[in-house]
Design a protein around this ligand. Structure first.
Ligand code: SF4
Ligand code: SF4
Length: 76
């Protein structure tokens, strides 16, 4: 069974470089059309159900805005 993950982005810390969007192999992340309080357009989780907890987005983020949780088969 494929791994499932939950990814959380701190939209206030995010500066909108979009390295994470490019790094995600299954296109979970997209640009948020709403700016944060610093005027950056952050990444957002657009397709949460696709996340496989691979860690690529976390590894490329220069500002440590991303947390990843691996879900159990029960989805907890
Ligand atoms: S952990 Fe992997 S699959 Fe999930 S959002 Fe990040 S890059 Fe995409
Ligand atoms: S890599 Fe980090 S700073 Fe860059 S867009 Fe993604 S979450 Fe934001």
């Amino acid at each position: 069974m494929a791994r499932k993950g939950k990814v959380v982005i701190d939209r206030e810390l995010c500066k909108g470089c979009f390295l994470c969007i490019r790094a995600c192999p299954v296109k979970v992340l997209e640009q948020d059309p709403e700016p944060n309080s610093t005027g950056s357009y952050p990444s957002k989780v657009a397709h949460a159900e696709k996340c496989i907890a691979c860690g690529s987005c976390y590894e490329v983020c220069p500002d440590v805005c991303i947390e990843i949780y691996e879900l159990t088969e029960a989805g907890v």
